[in-house]
Design a protein around this ligand. Structure first.
Ligand code: SPQ
Length: 431
């Protein structure tokens, strides 16, 4: 990794940030626009690398997609309008693109070959290929279809009742997207409810989806109709500045138009429980609820994070670990073994990199234990390990380290937050 940045302590952060569009919702808006009949316009789209990979894959399947600033226009020709790509579909670093697209391709009567980067090649795909094969799809890949490169030739699908061993929106969404193309009813039941952007957006595009506790059902053969989608700010990106505001002295930050879908707001509950001074000003509540959030420097106390809360803050655990280093007492995070199969093993990378900075943190089998109220020292080189969320967590940690740090692999941040350093600089300079 050759890209490096020196980052140093800051005494105050002030100002307002318009957080970029939600990554999960941006992916889905392009995909559902491609499956729909007619025009879909997407406003406040996230132009991070992951979402650009989704656009590129669907363009290769013959979909007319135009990107202008952060507005996307998709001219969908319906699900039968997708064409066999003449080239491989490269998903880059994006697990969401891979898994949701597999659900769509499961029912398409043509051949595709999906590849991604080194990190994607290590992430388990059998969590979606197993149920999709049960539905009748022809899918194969490295290690008996568990890893990319993966090839698909869609089959005639039949509905299944699937009980997922993990709470995963990617698994749930892949099965629902295959279910749309299947004979009969498809249902997915999860141990805990994962983010529900697919269910909300399918309904917006005119599809009937029935939700009953942790079970979601869909009837095959329904059609999608093009829509206008406004993508709220990504709460997973906002989380970095919510924590920055709480732990940096003399700070007050306003984050505007942040999505506060209850399946994603675990971070807000944890901040409140830990004593952070935050104010949530709700603004609108259409397909996805939105709020402005204000955070101030706060006295923090430790907490325990587990159970149904985990899928509601899974991507925020790296930055919550940093928050916990500044809280009085010991914070315990458990039931989070899913962290091991993200862009990196996020239990290992968080513990390893925060320890280098002087944190008192231990890894467990399914989470971590953080002994708080620690002065982070810094004065070392840390690495993102190519994982955007680890890179941003370390950049926020630098704000409170005694000595400056060198961050290796900062470019990974553009996967989900290309304007991250511009926003950080804005908060440092707008006193
Ligand atoms: O897309 P990708 O690479 O899987 O991205 C991550 C992230 O940190 O941005 C996970 F590494 O977010 C996932 C999230 O963890 C995005 C997502 C979605 O859009 O459906 C769901 C979650 O994954 P999962 O496996 O729990 O379904």
């Amino acid at each position: 990794m050759s890209d490096k940045r020196i980052l140093s302590k800051k005494t105050t952060l002030r100002g307002e940030i318009d957080v970029p569009g939600d990554k999960s919702i941006s992916h889905r808006a392009v995909m559902f626009g491609a499956l729909a009949e007619g025009k879909t316009t997407i406003e406040h789209f996230l132009t991070g690398e992951d979402c650009l990979s989704t656009i590129s894959c669907f363009k290769k399947m013959g979909v007319d997609i135009q990107l202008d600033g952060d507005t996307v226009t998709v001219n969908g020709k319906g699900i039968n309008g997708l064409e066999e790509p003449s080239d491989i579909l490269d998903v880059g670093n994006s697990g969401t693109t891979t898994r949701l697209m597999l659900g769509i391709l499961a029912g398409r009567p043509f051949h595709t070959c999906i590849i991604g980067d080194e990190s994607i090649a290590k992430r388990p795909m059998d969590r979606v290929t197993i149920p999709l094969k049960m539905m009748g799809a022809y899918i194969d890949g490295r290690h008996e279809g568990r890893f990319t490169p993966i090839s698909t030739r869609g089959g005639k699908l039949k509905g299944i009742e699937y009980h997922s061993p993990v709470a995963s929106a990617q698994v749930k969404s892949a099965i629902l997207l295959a279910g749309l193309q299947a004979d009969g009813t498809t249902s997915v039941t999860e141990p805990h409810k994962s983010r529900d952007h697919t269910e909300r957006m399918l309904q917006k595009f005119g599809v009937k989806v029935v939700e009953d506790g942790n079970t979601v059902r869909i009837e095959g053969g329904q059609k999608l109709k093009g829509q206008h989608v406004y993508v709220p700010g990504d709460i997973s990106s906002a989380a970095f500045f919510l924590v920055a505001g709480a732990i940096t002295p003399n700070s007050e930050i306003t984050l505007t138009n942040v999505g506060i879908n209850p399946t994603r707001t675990g971070i807000l509950e944890v901040l409140q429980r830990m004593g952070a001074e935050i104010e949530i000003i709700e603004k609108s509540n259409e397909a996805e609820p939105i709020a402005d959030i204000i955070v101030k420097t706060s006295e923090l106390k430790a907490t325990q994070i587990d159970g149904e809360l985990i899928p509601r803050l899974i991507d925020e655990i790296p930055i919550i670990a940093l928050l916990a280093t500044q809280a009085k007492g010991t914070t315990v995070i458990k039931d989070a073994a899913e962290l091991k199969v993200k862009e990196t093993n996020r239990i290992d990378t968080v513990v390893r990199e925060l320890r280098k900075l002087g944190a008192n943190i231990e890894a467990t089998d399914d989470g971590m234990i953080i002994h708080g109220d620690t002065q982070l020292t810094g004065g070392v080189t840390v690495s993102s390990h190519g994982d955007h969320r680890i890179g941003m967590m370390l950049a926020i940690a630098s704000l409170i380290c005694e000595h400056s740090i060198e961050l290796e692999g900062y470019e990974a941040i553009s996967v989900s937050y290309p304007s991250f350093f511009d926003h950080l600089n804005k908060l440092v300079t707008s006193q």
